[in-house]
Design a protein around this ligand. Sequence first.
Ligand SMILES: NC(=O)c1ccc[n+]([C@@H]2O[C@H](COP(=O)([O-])OP(=O)(O)OC[C@H]3O[C@@H](n4cnc5c(N)ncnc54)[C@H](O)[C@@H]3O)[C@@H](O)[C@H]2O)c1
Length: 343
Amino acid sequence: MTETLRIAIVGAGVIGAVHARLVAALGDAGALAAIIDLDEVRGRALAEQYGVPFHTSAAEAYRTEELDLAAVCLPSAFHADAVVEALEAGLDVIVEKPIDVTLDAADRIRAAEQASGRTVSVISQRRFQPVASFIRRSIDAGALGRVTSGVVESAFFRPQEYYESGDWRGTAAIDGGGALMNQGIHALDLLLWMLGTPVSVSAKTGRLAHEGIEVEDVAGATIEFESGAIGLLLASTAAYPGLPVRLAVHGSEGTAVMENDGLSFFASATADQPEADALIEHDVPEGWSDVDMAHRRQYLDVIEAIRGGSRPAITTDDGRRALQVVLAVYESARTGRPVDLHE
Ligand SMILES: NC(=O)c1ccc[n+]([C@@H]2O[C@H](COP(=O)([O-])OP(=O)(O)OC[C@H]3O[C@@H](n4cnc5c(N)ncnc54)[C@H](O)[C@@H]3O)[C@@H](O)[C@H]2O)c1
């Protein structure tokens, strides 16, 4: 393997273009080396923008280009096939969230990961936002005492045209779900990261403000954790005009609230405030968002793990766990009964 990882982007759509921009700015850590997309016009345009080779087939790209890492940015239900193909070609993999849309597909990824001995990380960039890691460190340091509850809101808005902008969007088979599977999974993953192992889920979902989609545009759930803590989750794409992700973690000795990519409230009976104050003012370079910078940090984490032979911060276990809870929300909403995650 060369010093600088040679990275192929598989899927040149909305998030593929974000990956291309991030990879092109990685410096010595990684270099954009190929763009792959079935859509020749879209894929070639992105490849030409960065002056890298374009392929309509991943198999052809893996055969003809020197590559180390594939970043899979395809519609959600195509993730497992693309990840397995890249692993079998000897590449490490970054795959966009959700890991895929079924547990069988997630398990295929994990089996191929183990068989190959390669690294796979599932994107969940919000864990790399400074405020999220601050809250997690505060929990680990005991600054919140015993964590008793957590509340996450992903109250987004997507107009009808969003669902019409791609034939896979809002489909049960390829999007795999709606406001929770596609958008709210970021907030859900933060809740899981903060509160630990979920053990049961009760939920309701609805399709209230969009036409012609097969998935929910609002989901609400209560999640019980192994520790006894209670989590509340709201995921919506029908909350005009759309609010930033909000996360509150409450404990017996403190509370931390993430809002607008910053820390809007922090109180601890035992820890000092200063780090929290400093964090609110953290720098983001011009032209990049806090979430972009978090995405970049996840890339750097994965590259460091590949180079050092260690596990990335976000593993396929994490990706599978988030997917398992999303699917439990759907099952509970469908059956009207709680879903036990031990089963
Ligand atoms: N982390 C985030 O914040 C974030 C944001 C947006 C999307 N995503 C995820 O990224 C994935 C892609 O979403 P998007 O909005 O970029 O979708 P998109 O429809 O904009 O792009 C998907 C691209 O994949 C191409 N494609 C489809 N099948 C292909 C195949 N078999 N081989 C090669 N190319 C193929 C399409 O031509 C298209 O260019 C989804 O899983 C989504 O959940 C993550």
